[in-house]
Write a protein that binds this ligand. Structure first.
Ligand SMILES: C[S@@+](CC[C@H](N)C(=O)[O-])C[C@H]1O[C@@H](n2cnc3c(N)ncnc32)[C@H](O)[C@@H]1O
Length: 238
């Protein structure tokens, strides 16, 4: 029975994927398609990986702003349990409608707005800008990082994920304004505003992903050092 139920769930989510992506890829995505169809079909765990890396940056019980929240999956499923409040902003009315309907939680507020003009005053302890930095031009990214800095609490942290440009020169999605050359190309936007910036990458067969943390306080690995026990000799990276 459970095998049949799983097959049915995978089939319905695959159908949803084919309908939604058939004509053109949408700008936002229902991540339940990832859970029930795309992840099992491809073994690509990126959708979960990015939720985990941004969660790792969260100040426990802090106020969180989720920029370009899309379907609201991450706002609820990754950030809301460990935040006092989550304010989630997107300029697509359909995405906000979807988020309110499918990822409602008592401490999550979904707001329709363009982040170029409508970022709330805050202050916020955590700002997440995930899978969306690449939807802006370099000039817009620079202005947005300056605005983000203004609405972050002292010592607050901005985190997120974006993508490295493909070797073939084509954009991964046509909605992307700017895909990054490499880690340094992303770090340069945060360095003028933050004392501590960390960018790292994960490599999948079809893409290289970039993760970033920027803060005037300690970076997540430093802040969470009490959570780790380390033994043995470490190898210094060149
Ligand atoms: C690839 S989706 C990522 C959504 C979500 N962060 C996630 O990880 O699933 C990019 C999102 O950015 C939103 N977006 C693009 N430009 C925006 C803008 N200027 N202001 C607000 N949202 C924007 C789109 O509507 C879309 O939901």
């Amino acid at each position: 029975m459970s095998k049949g139920a799983r097959a049915l769930s995978a089939a319905t989510h695959k159908l949803q994927f084919l309908i939604e992506w058939g004509v053109d890829n949408p700008e936002y995505f229902d991540h339940e398609i990832d859970l029930y169809y795309y992840w099992p079909a491809t073994r690509n765990s990126l959708p979960m990986e990015r939720g985990v890396w941004s969660s790792f940056a969260l100040k426990e019980g802090g106020s969180t702003l989720d920029l370009c929240c899309g379907d609201g999956f991450y706002s609820k499923m990754f950030y809301s349990l460990r935040s006092s409040t989550v304010t989630a902003l997107d300029f697509d009315p359909e995405a906000i409608r979807w988020a309110k309907r499918n990822h409602k939680a008592a401490n999550v507020t979904y707001i329709l707005g363009d982040i170029r003009t409508d970022i709330p005053a805050g202050p916020f302890d955590n700002i997440i800008w995930d899978a969306a930095v690449e939807h802006f031009t370099p000039k817009e990214i620079a202005a947005l990082v300056a605005r983000i800095k203004m609405v972050l609490s002292p010592g607050g942290i901005v985190s997120g994920y974006t993508i490295v440009e493909a070797d073939h020169g084509e954009k991964h999605l046509h909605q992307h304004e700017y895909e990054f050359h490499d880690k340094e190309d992303l770090a340069r936007f945060f360095e003028p505003h933050f004392k501590n910036v960390e960018v790292f990458q994960t490599v999948y067969p079809s893409r290289t992903n970039l993760y970033f943390y920027a803060t005037d306080g300690p970076l997540p690995h430093e802040k969470s050092s009490h959570l780790f026990v380390r033994r043995g000799r470490s190898i210094a990276a060149k």
